[in-house]
Design a protein around this ligand. Structure first.
Ligand code: SME
Length: 138
């Protein structure tokens, strides 16, 4: 619909501003719950295309956040067993859930080519971004 197109453009603009302004944000995208299925579907993103357009709940960093409802900061992806590699250049990752009316409806996912770059300031900033996204969606 036109409404979804407008929302997707806004979400893509958020990805672009984050990727282009934070040197260690190298892939920035959104995943959302796919209807009532226990899986995530890739939304707007900036960076290398990924094969992982559908991620089952529980799988990878993203799928774990779909279940935990908590931020997941991964300083070193090579130390994670339950991790889905999208690119060999990625060293670290942060995923922050998006809540609408108290429900975890999706997440922002950021990959970095730098090892251990994410601080609590990134978490607070991305929580703010996700709250803005929630207001776009509701
Ligand atoms: N690394 C993620 C998969 C998504 S890509 O980073 C774009 C994960 O383990 O869930």
């Amino acid at each position: 619909s036109d409404t979804n197109t407008s929302v997707d453009k806004q979400l893509l603009a958020i990805c672009e501003v984050l990727e282009s302004n934070v040197p260690y944000y190298n892939w920035v995208g959104f995943y959302f719950r796919n209807g009532n299925k226990e899986e995530l579907k890739l939304g707007p993103y900036v960076g290398e295309p990924t094969d992982h357009t559908i991620i089952p709940f529980g799988k990878g960093i993203c799928g774990q956040v779909a279940v935990s409802n908590e931020n997941f900061v991964v300083p070193d992806v090579s130390a994670q067993d339950n991790y889905i590699a999208c690119s060999i250049t990625v060293k670290s990752e942060i995923v922050v859930p998006i809540f609408v009316d108290g429900h975890n409806i999706g997440q922002i996912d950021i990959d970095s080519n730098t090892i251990d770059p994410f601080t609590e300031a990134d978490e607070r900033f991305l929580e703010f971004v996700c709250a803005q996204v929630a207001s776009i969606l509701s």
